[in-house]
Design a protein around this ligand. Structure first.
Ligand code: ADP
Ligand code: ASP
Ligand code: MG
Length: 445
């Protein structure tokens, strides 16, 4: 019998009526003869409320206790959802991550799943029950409760879908699918019928909060197609799938905004082998996730190393970097005023002119670019946070991503004139020209 895995996000289970509506979807699938696993998030904004509550107690809550607290949100929903199903005459059973055996590492607040023991779920499914699993949470080998990072219920969904070899993986949310940009920020954004794993992975990592990037990583690794759709209607949403050749005809598929980023800069660092290794080894051992790294060297043989971090990690990172600064006798600067606007598309591998168009759009509006990073399929600009929303709209417009916009689609007939995959990208050349002294890398550490 085929397994259907579905997940309902916070807004889709925001009150009793919404929980009932979600339960009805599970009942319908069950009645069609499928084995159904439902993953749920905490109700509405309850995770935010728990975070706010912790902040009233202390500005720096211990991460283990934060997980202990936040995991309660999902436990409320699983039990209510199971009750709703039982009330509809369908047998259901709810499980916390500990009960199912979703084992993670011990990196509290952003734990990674190591393995899942699906035996208990399988037994319940074989007995005709609908299984309701708590999203977002895990448990360490020693039994401590962990969470998978904000928005982590998507990760639970895809991990369970992969482990159970589910036929369908449906992510029910409060939008009709994946849009060319966050529709809350860009009202003209257009819904996409499908998008490749790689593009979605970039978009999620670059700020599209609709899916957690690790959920997309899992989906790609295990080749699980995800259907992102609305819990408010029955319209077809967006399929996140393996790349097909025709996807490269679209140069830019979407834009994303990471609206809050902090930057740490180390100045007057001795420019000798092993220094960068020392800096990033220290960050890694302190479990601080580092994003874009830039190193430049001046004539005096001293280097400047800067990197971005999540603002939430800044206090911890600061303590670590202050010590490094003292050890190395250099200077440290901390900034928390940045945002990052990006465009993503697999077509960038074979088409030129993306950088030019993006930089011109930002320049025309007087938006200063503080740094540029590229990968094969994305181009990102670090800018001032106050200009983030405006930059997103400008970039979206510049690539005609909205309704009716098709300028960035290259007709099939133009394929012959396309650039070879191996040739250097104009985008990168342009980026290098813009900031000649910068060696810009986009390594996720
Ligand atoms: P859920 O609680 O269902 O997980 P989230 O709030 O986590 O919902 O994610 C859905 C939200 O993601 C949408 O309301 C939308 O504002 C935001 N979002 C960001 N980028 C995109 C995008 N490219 N396409 C669709 N939604 C996006
Ligand atoms: N409840 C968690 C959060 O708000 C996880 C999720 O919704 O996916 O981040
Ligand atoms: Mg979410």
């Amino acid at each position: 019998m085929s397994v259907i895995a579905m997940k309902f996000g916070g807004t889709s289970v925001g009150d009793a009526e919404k929980i009932r509506a979600a339960a009805r979807r599970a009942v319908n699938a069950h009645k069609k003869g499928h084995q159904v696993v439902v993953v749920v998030s905490a109700m509405g904004k309850s995770t935010d409320q728990l975070v706010a509550l912790a902040e009233q107690i202390t500005p720096n809550p211990p991460k283990r206790e934060m997980d202990q607290l936040l995991a309660t949100g999902e436990q409320v929903t699983i039990s209510l959802m199971a009750m709703a199903l039982e009330e509809m005459g369908v047998e259901a059973i709810s499980f916390t991550a500990g009960q199912i055996g979703i084992v993670t590492d011990d990196v509290h607040t952003k734990a990674r799943i190591k393995r899942i023991d699906v035996r208990r779920i399988r037994d319940a499914l074989e007995n005709g029950r609908v299984v309701i699993a708590a999203g977002f949470q895990g448990v360490t080998e020693s039994g401590a409760i962990t969470t998978l990072g904000r928005g982590g219920s998507n990760v639970t969904l895809v991990a369970l879908a992969a482990a159970l070899n589910a036929e369908v993986c449906e992510n029910y949310t409060d939008v009709d699918g994946i849009y060319t940009a966050d529709p809350r920020l860009v009202p003209t954004a257009r819904k996409l019928d499908r998008i490749s794993y790689d593009e979605m992975l970039e978009l999620s990592s670059l700020g599209a909060s609709v899916l957690h990037n690790r959920a997309v990583e899992f989906a790609k690794k295990y080749n699980v197609p995800i259907h992102v759709r609305s819990s408010l209607n029955n319209r077809k949403g967006t399929m996140i799938v393996a790349e097909t050749e025709d996807m490269e005809r679209i140069v830019v598929s979407g834009a994303a905004l990471k609206d809050r980023l902090a930057r740490i800069t180390l100045r007057e660092v001795p420019d000798r082998p092993g220094v960068a290794a020392k800096v990033f080894h220290t960050m890694a051992t302190n479990r601080i996730v580092v994003d874009d790294i830039i190193q430049t060297t001046d004539e005096s043989g001293r280097a400047t190393v800067s990197f971005t971090v999540e603002p939430g990690d800044l206090p911890e990172a600061r303590a670590v970097v202050d010590k490094l600064r003292d050890d190395m006798g250099c200077k440290a600067l901390y900034e928390d005023h940045l945002a990052k606007v990006s465009v993503v598309g697999v077509g960038m591998r074979v088409h030129t002119g993306v950088a030019e168009r993006m930089f011109e759009a930002l320049a025309a509006a007087g938006i200063n670019i503080e740094n540029i990073t590229t990968s094969e399929i994305k181009l990102s600009c670090l800018i001032d946070r106050d200009q983030g929303a405006k930059a997103m709209q400008l970039v979206h417009d510049a690539f005609d991503l909205g309704e009716g916009g098709r300028k960035t689609r290259v007709p099939k007939s133009a394929k012959a004139g396309r650039k070879k995959k191996s040739s250097p990208k104009a985008g990168r050349a342009k980026a290098a020209k813009k900031s000649p002294k910068r060696k810009s890398k986009s390594k996720k550490k």
